[in-house]
Design a protein around this ligand. Structure first.
Ligand SMILES: *Cc1c(COP(=O)(O)O)cnc(C)c1O
Length: 400
């Protein structure tokens, strides 16, 4: 009997070692990893540069405390601020925590403007985390059910709907911010189209209203879509941005960035984190960013993403169950006409690690270091599985 709380429906496999995009289980079976720890292992497994940098840092210093100056934190903050053209950074340990920081920042910003009941616009089908504030912000009943009372202070609108946001602006004087994912990950890799128009419109409304535009780039950030941050495809700048998943290539680290007035809202005592931004986590992030830049992994992510989408589209021609193949760079979704969670275990048997989200979307989030030959193996394996699944499963129109 396991003594772990029953929070995950885990697959019947456990890995003992990894290298690049490959993982090995205890029996020596090899798996092609197209999930990368859910967009976490940016540099794949056991990247030599990361192993070296982390080993050196472990020997030197793992953790002190935010009671003291942390040089690596200063370096990482400067680097992130430069990459995002933003001003200040708060470090924490996860995506939920980064969004908690953003939510607290927005409330403080509201109070400082004399709004006593600050409210944040959030989106339908969004995902922002599992803490009380972030699950309240999340647009999914599955995430919220059983945890009521939910936290107040959120107003929900449909994603990719500018008019809905304008309408709220017309009647709710308590709004202080909009919190939105550039690409909705958990919802099934939903890309607002056209992406620049949506975010430029949100930027304009936020400027007019004096609201903070807060982007949750926890999944879409760190080079995955071909830019450091997905919003950079739209040419706008947010006031607040959150990062986590891919930032430390597997070492837990989250960040909340801010620009302008929002950057100065927190004062000593406003917010904090014991582990946040310790030297080990910061070195993991600094190394991740350095390798992405030096090895041109963002250009590579765009090319490889196109290669995978085109390859899948070709290999899946005529398969009626395939509704759409979409995404940006290495954030890829294949929407099927019916729930397809079972495909994950079929893939596992064949030594392929994929994920299914929103019930009917196969999600691929491979490491940025995946090579084209490996991507071809992924295309071949996955297209075969989807064909087989689609042949065996009841036709979508025959289901209740
Ligand atoms: C995963 C995710 C989170 C939550 O991150 P955790 O590290 O699990 O707390 C928040 N927002 C988005 C967009 C995510 O994909």
């Amino acid at each position: 009997m396991s003594h772990l709380m029953n929070t995950y429906a885990r697959l019947p496999v456990s890995f003992v070692r990894g290298e690049g995009v490959w993982l090995w289980d205890g029996q020596g079976k090899r798996y092609l990893d197209a999930v990368a720890g859910l967009a976490v292992n940016t540099l794949g497994h056991a990247h030599p540069r990361l192993v070296k940098a982390l080993s050196e840092q472990v020997r030197m210093l793992i953790h002190t405390s935010n009671l003291y100056q942390v040089q690596k934190q200063e370096e990482l903050a400067a680097r992130l601020a430069a990459l995002a053209s933003m001003d200040k950074v708060f470090f924490c340990n996860s995506g939920a925590e980064a969004n908690e920081a953003a939510i607290k920042l927005a409330r403080l910003y509201g109070h400082q403007k004399g709004i006593d009941n600050p409210t944040i616009i959030v989106m339908e089908k969004s995902f922002h985390g599992r803490t009380m504030a972030t699950l309240s912000a999340t647009g999914s009943r599955r995430v919220q059910a059983g945890f009521e009372p939910l936290m107040g202070g959120f107003a929900r609108v449909p994603y990719n709907d500018v008019d809905a946001v304008t309408q709220v602006a017309g009647h709710n004087k308590n709004i202080v911010a909009v919190l939105v994912e550039p690409i909705q990950g958990e919802a099934g890799i939903r890309v607002p189209l056209p992406l620049p128009d949506y975010f430029q419109a949100l930027r304009r409304i936020c400027d007019e209203q004096g609201w903070l535009l807060m982007l949750d780039e926890v999944q879409s950030g760190i080079g995955r879509t071909g830019k450091w941050f997905a919003h950079q495809h739209s040419g706008i700048k947010p006031d607040v941005m959150t990062l986590a998943k891919g930032l430390g290539s597997g070492v837990p680290i989250g960040a909340c960035l801010a620009a302008g007035t929002a950057a100065d809202a927190f004062k000593p005592g406003s917010h904090g984190s014991t582990f946040g931004g310790n030297p080990l986590a910061c070195v993991a992030a600094l190394t991740t960013l350095a390798v992405i830049e030096e090895e041109n992994l963002m250009t590579h992510a765009v090319k490889l993403g196109d290669f995978i989408r085109n390859g899948l589209a070709q290999a899946l021609t005529g398969v009626k169950d395939v509704v759409q193949i979409r995404g940006m760079g290495l954030m890829i979704g294949i929407e099927l006409a019916q729930p397809c969670g079972d495909i994950v275990e079929l893939a596992l048997e064949q030594g392929l690690l994929i994920n299914v989200t929103a019930e009917n979307v196969v999600r691929l989030l491979p490491a940025l270091i995946m090579q084209q030959t490996e991507a071809q193996k992924l295309i071949d394996g996955l297209s075969g599985l989807i064909r087989e699944f689609s042949r065996q499963a009841a036709p979508a129109n025959a289901r209740a």
